[in-house]
Design a protein around this ligand. Structure first.
Ligand SMILES: *Cc1c(COP(=O)(O)O)cnc(C)c1O
Length: 372
């Protein structure tokens, strides 16, 4: 075998880091204040800046995206079942279990890879309390159709928007879809706060409940919450998050450059295809997702060249512990999820990947032994 195309592993973390000098300055200020948690000035500022950026009345920061989901579900004070997609990151469904509810797995649409009203409606029964849609790859998850369903059946609609920061459909921010939306600031996401997340809402009452539920200390609000947790974001996280937010538009523009370069570079390669965003979708271009019947050989071949493409997500939740042991719940039809799990891969992007790197990765995919 010849020399790998890259002599260092190309990250799949899609990492975007803020400026080190500014971060150091921010940390000096935290030390000078001698105040590093419990709704400090940086967390308050981050809450406000995020709400502004996302075009929503309230953003409430928490420790991470999973805790955001747990706090959001608990704040709605639900009982019974929550419909979630089988094709998602495990946290979506596990958070439902943590909140004392029962996840009901639903297959996804073959074009959008998200839930749709058509797929969800047959699963709604007397115990259904909510629909938890996932805006996968930053595409809006049928906000209109699911909104109609939630009204018709008098159930709640909330969203896992971990992929969707900075995304919109027809100029409506993903942050203002559903009653609550949950974001993640993990390293793999477009905005990184050294772990972190937030919950957004336009509902003043719900925002109060969420603010109470995220901590055990004297609440900033006096709204009652059924269940509370220590989900507070620290000042250190907020420092990182604020600087990442400053760079977000630049990072999204650079992501878009890389994404378009991938699309052009792979346009003539037979057997591989991209997912298409809806015409009125605004994306953060954080996910370069490719579909191919030869997915496993492409991933293996890229790995020999130090390009760590990911099988994302695989396997589906219906095939994963603990959900695979609960196959009686839902309708047990997961053929689209199974196909996606077997054919999708995610290519590296983010600050550490140059446009020149993208060109080399496209060449590798084009010359992959079994992709032609
Ligand atoms: C990243 C992610 C989460 C979890 O967020 P964390 O911050 O890692 O806890 C949940 N759902 C989806 C779809 C994700 O991609």
């Amino acid at each position: 075998m010849g020399k790998p195309a890259f002599d260092y592993p190309l990250p799949v973390g899609q990492i975007n880091l803020p400026d080190w000098v500014e971060l150091e300055e921010s940390f000096r200020e935290i030390f000078a204040r001698n105040y590093y948690t419990n709704h400090g000035p940086l967390v308050r500022e981050f809450d406000e800046r995020l709400a502004d950026y996302l075009g929503v009345r309230h953003a409430v920061c928490v420790t991470n995206g999973t805790v955001a989901l747990m706090v959001a579900l608990a704040s709605l004070d639900l009982k019974g079942q929550v419909i979630v997609p089988a094709f998602t990151f495990p946290a979506t469904a596990q958070a439902v279990t943590w909140a004392g509810l029962e996840p009901v797995l639903c297959d996804v649409d073959p074009t959008t890879h998200c839930l749709s009203a058509e797929l969800v409606e047959p699963l709604i029964g007397p115990n259904t309390a909510a629909i938890l849609g996932v805006h996968l790859w930053g595409q809006a998850c049928d906000p209109q159709g699911l909104g109609v369903l939630s009204e018709k059946h008098n159930i709640k609609l909330l969203y896992d928007a971990a992929h969707g920061l900075g995304c919109a459909r027809a100029n409506q921010s993903i942050a203002s879809m559903g009653e609550l939306a949950c974001f993640s600031f993990h390293a793999t996401k477009v905005l990184n706060a050294a772990e972190g997340g937030c919950i957004t809402t336009n509902d003043d009452y719900l925002a109060g409940v969420v603010r109470t539920a995220r901590n055990f200390h004297v609440s900033e609000t006096f709204t009652k919450a059924a269940l509370r947790i220590n989900g507070k974001m620290s000042e250190a996280q907020a420092a990182m998050g604020l600087l990442s937010l400053k760079q977000l538009d630049t990072n999204i523009a650079a992501n878009r450059g890389r994404y378009e370069r991938y699309r052009t570079g792979l346009a003539d390669v037979p057997g591989v295809s991209f997912i298409d965003y809806a015409g009125d979708d605004k994306s953060n271009y954080q996910y370069v997702v490719l579909q191919s019947a030869h997915r496993d050989s492409i991933v293996a071949y890229l790995k020999t060249h130090n390009v760590l493409a990911r099988k994302y997500f695989s396997p589906g939740l219906h095939q994963s512990y603990p959900f695979k042991e609960r196959r009686h719940v839902g309708n047990n039809k997961f053929s689209v999820t199974d196909t996606l799990c077997a054919s999708l891969l995610q290519l590296p992007t983010g600050q550490r990947v140059s446009v020149r790197d993208v060109d080399r990765i496209c060449e590798l995919v084009a010359h992959c032994p079994t992709s032609a």
